[in-house]
Design a protein around this ligand. Structure first.
Ligand code: ADP
Ligand code: MG
Length: 700
């Protein structure tokens, strides 16, 4: 259902309009009126004839027309009644400002659910409750108590915190930042972040969507639609920890290594959403996204009148993994022709401290024409002869003349550059306090540009034996067993194309020796018990055993020691296994995030995973390219590629393992957590082996 009625209504009724200054019901009415809303405005209050010079009505039914938008400011307990009135009249859009719902506990939650029911039945969409309201500057619509309307502009803002919005509006004024819309979504009982994002995605004046969120209502829908929205326009979100419980009881390595925010990072990455750490960086980035083109590539040229800031910018470019543009010979020749002999004509181009606006102009024109340059950063310090305002005008004019090139400015200082900054802002060239913040902005833009150019996602499907897995999982669930031990976990993996070490279970030392003889030496002995999850912890793994005697001794020792260490463990026997001698140990794993689904993990494996914590996560189902990117994100990757003359391992085989795991956990929602640790991987052309595995399941 469209949200148009909220953002461009023809008439507004304020239920609970008040004559008393300082009351929310008064503020909202005053804001709607004062900020110049041109449609019908109807105060509703049975105990007043007039509010703010407007005729007041006792209830919604007495109005001369059905209002397109109803703003509700009455105490929570009266809102179901107001909603019923709206339903009867056929009102479609309601904003509930009032607090006193789920945020106060059980009783408030009930009330909120009641309001949701009424709205659902009547096909009413509502924003809130417990919110600040809504602002649409270019429609002079201020249905909020967030103060004066900010300037119109290209940023659409969504906030789960109303109070934060007031600070943002105040800050935006000081920096001359304009908005297309500001929406406070409050408890988001109906309209949530995704609804507003979808609306803003197709809202022409909105060039960038920014927001502050504490949670996401519908994880599945978010994953499905957010990617489409970010293709339309950039989405910049702050996601705070909020009230969601981060800690979960996890039995797997994978589960315990995932932090509360892991899933959000992964989902944002997949959807191309740019996650910001602070309001400052969010607005620094949003201004550039709103008014400058997404860079075609990541090659940056700097023009400066001061050496120091030029070097600072150059350092930042290197740190942020951007490319320092290499100017062409023609560019350098033209620069040399027009600039004094002492000027630097290589990047960073230094027009020198005595530069007037004309030298900046020459330099900019030439550099902008160089096809190897995607982004130009103009630096200026206000020295004795510097023409700050005239230079700002040049920058604005040339930015407009080159709409295909990204242009950012950093005019350093305060009082002396103040007017110049005003010119830049109104000319849609974003300005930055420091070269570093300008370069960080460029990096964010380049990352988004790269994300948009990613190849289409294709998830490969392998031929597998689903039936077999289904049988094993069903049997465990039927018996109420949540943990699938090593042997059967490996059968599951084999059904999905993994190779596991050969071996079988022995219940006597002699049997162990005879299995070992058949396998060939060396072998590994492992305790087999459904009650022992991490076998090494209790001395339940013995590697590198050679000869019958060694095997029998190891068997006896395990049978003697382990019951002492863990008397309650039910011991079924000992697994005698062939030993994989060559390769590196990595971990492949998965935990199911309650909101977003299966999160895959890759990292340094073996018994040190939890100590080193060198892991990367991604959402299943995963593509080959995404699996490879997961690998690259870990430090382990450098080791896997081969260091100091050591041969590297078969990286593509690890990526394939991740994809097979992805298919398994996608096809079996019963799988809650699992580890393949270690997954032993050798040089190119060898087959990786799933040496150890455990899976926990639940009825899905
Ligand atoms: P757990 O994780 O329950 O302690 P594992 O089966 O993962 O038990 O064994 C612990 C470690 O022993 C592995 O990380 C690996 O280094 C080594 N190991 C176990 N089985 C083998 C094997 N078949 N080949 C080579 N190394 C093994
Ligand atoms: Mg293990």
């Amino acid at each position: 259902m469209t949200l148009e009625g909220f953002f461009n209504p023809k008439s507004i009724a304020v239920v609970g309009a008040s004559r008393t200054e300082g009351k929310v019901g008064h503020e909202i009415l005053e804001n709607i009126k004062k900020d110049g809303f041109t449609g019908g405005i109807y105060p509703i209050n049975p105990s007043a004839d007039e509010v703010e010079g407007l005729k007041c009505y006792p209830d919604l039914h007495s109005l001369p027309e059905v209002p397109e938008l109803v703003v509700v400011v009455v105490p929570a307990k009266f809102t179901p009644g107001v909603m019923e009135d709206c339903a009867k009249l056929g009102v479609k859009s309601v904003i509930i400002i009032s607090a006193g719902y789920r945020e106060i506990g059980e009783e408030g939650l009930k009330l909120e659910q009641e309001v949701v029911q009424i709205a659902k039945r009547a096909g009413i969409r509502f924003i809130g409750p417990n919110c600040l309201g809504l602002m649409v500057p270019d429609k002079q619509l201020n249905a909020s108590f967030g103060g004066e309307l900010p300037e119109p502009g290209g940023i659409g803002y969504i906030s789960q915190s109303g109070a934060l919005l007031t600070a943002i509006i105040d800050m935006a004024k000081a920096h001359e930042i304009g908005f297309s819309t500001l929406v406070s979504i409050g408890n988001k009982a109906d309209v949530d972040e995704l609804d507003v994002m979808m609306h803003l995605g197709s809202h022409e004046p909105t060039k960038v969507i920014a927001g502050y969120l504490e949670s996401i209502n519908d994880g599945d829908a978010f994953v499905r639609y957010a990617e489409k929205i970010s293709h339309e326009k950039p989405v910049l979100l702050i996601k705070s920890g909020g009230t969601e419980a981060g800690a979960r009881a996890a039995s797997s390595h994978t589960g315990s290594l995932a932090g509360g925010e892991t899933a959000y990072d992964v989902v944002f990455d997949r959807a191309g959403i740019i996650r910001c750490d602070s309001i400052e960086s969010q607005f620094e980035w949003a201004r550039a996204f709103a008014y400058q083109p997404i860079p075609a590539g990541n090659s940056v040229a700097i023009i400066t009148n001061a050496g120091g800031p030029g070097i600072m910018a150059a350092d930042a470019i290197e740190r942020e993994d951007l490319t320092f543009a290499k100017l062409s010979d023609e560019t350098m020749a033209s620069l040399a022709e027009k600039l004094p002999a002492a000027a630097n004509v290589t990047n960073p181009v230094d027009v020198l401290g005595d530069s007037l606006a004309d030298r900046y102009e020459h330099a900019l024109e030439v550099v902008l024409d160089d096809p190897s340059v995607d982004i130009v950063l103009v630096l200026l310090t206000p020295q004795a002869m510097t023409e700050c305002e005239a230079t700002a005008e040049v920058v604005v004019r040339l930015s407009h003349a080159h709409p295909d090139k990204t242009m950012l400015a950093c005019f350093m200082g305060a009082g002396k550059v103040h007017k110049a900054l005003h010119i830049l802002r109104h000319g849609n060239v974003p300005d930055y306090d420091s070269p570093e913040s300008a370069v960080a902005t460029i990096r964010a833009m380049c990352q988004y540009g790269a994300w948009k150019k990613r190849p289409k996602r294709v998830v490969k499907l392998f031929t597998v034996n689903r039936h077999k897995v289904d049988r094993i999982i069903s049997r465990h669930l039927r018996r109420g067993e949540r943990e699938i031990g090593e042997t059967e976990s490996k059968e599951i993996l084999e059904a999905y194309g993994f190779v596991t070490p050969k071996g079988s279970v022995a219940t006597t030392a002699e049997q162990a020796a005879s299995i070992a003889d058949q396998l060939g030496y060396p072998v590994v002995l492992k305790i087999w018990s459904p009650d022992i999850i991490h076998k090494s912890d209790v001395g339940g793994v013995k590697v590198g055993l050679v000869g019958e005697q060694a095997v029998m001794d190891a068997f006896d020792l395990m049978m003697y020691r382990i019951p002492q260490k863990q008397p309650d463990a039910d011991i079924m026997g000992v697994l005698v296994q062939e030993m994989c001698s060559k390769g590196k140990e990595v971990i492949l794993g998965m935990y199911r995030d309650p909101r977003f689904g299966p999160m895959l993990m890759f990292g340094m494996g073996g018994i040190m995973v939890e100590v080193l914590k060198d892991v990367a996560f991604y959402l299943a189902p995963i593509t080959a390219e995404e699996a490879r990117r997961m690998l690259v994100r870990t430090r382990t990757f450098q080791i896997l590629k081969g260091v100091r003359g050591q041969k590297g391992v078969d990286i593509d085989k690890i990526a394939e393992g991740i994809q097979r795991l992805s298919q398994l956990v996608t096809e079996f929602p019963q799988i809650q957590e699992m580890d393949i640790n270690p997954f032993v991987i050798g040089p190119e052309g060898t087959t990786p082996i799933a040496v150890d595995a455990r899976i926990s399941v639940e009825e899905a």
